[in-house]
Design a protein around this ligand. Structure first.
Ligand SMILES: CC(C)(COP(=O)(O)OP(=O)(O)OC[C@H]1O[C@@H](n2cnc3c(N)ncnc32)[C@H](O)[C@@H]1OP(=O)(O)O)[C@@H](O)C(=O)NCCC(=O)NCCS
Length: 191
């Protein structure tokens, strides 16, 4: 694989997915010191500019290793977060995402995930994408629901989180399924 030319750029107009750049680092720090990111993800805390540069470097390496397919989300000309697929072997990947606080609630992450998922199914021949979230992460669950994931249940003590194991919500999206909610939110959130 030739790097970085092999990292695709995907866009639907308002949102563009592209390779991470060193100039994303400052907004990456702002994202990772945000309380919601600390609460629901395993970003280092405290989080420094050096952490951000290491993260950006690790995203490039992940493409080279073919272990993960990460994209920076660009929205209204600024870095808005990261979406990625983690390679789980032939036909399978895990989705992961996090946004800068000032991008939340804009619909940008929904667009970003549709771009990512479409690419994964078409370009990486995925059959199944799995979504995991710490139990109680409703913002994540709603976003997964918005782009078509099923809610498949809660796996006890499954996700590593700051020295502990937390219960994990899981959902899946299969090749060919619409990237749209499969039922209304009231029904989906009561499962
Ligand atoms: C997950 C994330 C990317 C979603 O971004 P987003 O789609 O722009 O959505 P928001 O953060 O604005 O989500 C809020 C939505 O969740 C809903 N929500 C939040 N807490 C809720 C709760 N306790 N119960 C029910 N709904 C809840 C809100 O009502 C809102 O819904 P609306 O968009 O219909 O008004 C973003 O919240 C984020 O970066 N979070 C921190 C990192 C993270 O959790 N990553 C995922 C790890 S699995």
């Amino acid at each position: 694989m030739t790097f970085p030319g092999a990292i695709p750029t995907l866009t639907d107009g308002p949102v563009t997915l592209r390779a991470h750049r060193p100039s994303d680092a400052e907004r990456c720090v702002e994202q990772c010191v945000d309380p919601e990111s600390v609460r629901w993800t395993i970003v280092p805390t405290p989080y420094s500019l050096q952490d951000a540069h290491e993260f950006i470097g690790s995203r490039a390496k992940a493409w080279l290793d073919d272990t993960e397919w990460p994209f920076a989300v660009e929205f209204e000309g600024r870095f808005g977060g990261t979406v990625e697929l983690r390679n789980e072997g032939p036909g399978r990947a895990e989705v992961a995402f996090g946004s800068h606080p000032d991008v939340r609630g804009t619909g940008a992450m929904e667009r970003a995930l549709r771009l990512l998922l479409r690419w994964g199914f078409e370009d990486r021949d995925l059959r199944t994408v799995i979504w995991w979230a710490n139990e109680g992460n409703w913002a994540s669950r709603k976003l997964a629901w918005r782009v078509g994931f099923s809610y498949d249940g809660c796996v006890r003590q499954w996700l590593e989180h700051r020295g502990d194991l937390t219960n994990a919500w899981a959902g899946t999206l299969l090749a060919g399924e619409p990237l749209q909610p499969r039922e209304d939110w009231e029904t989906a959130s009561a499962r």
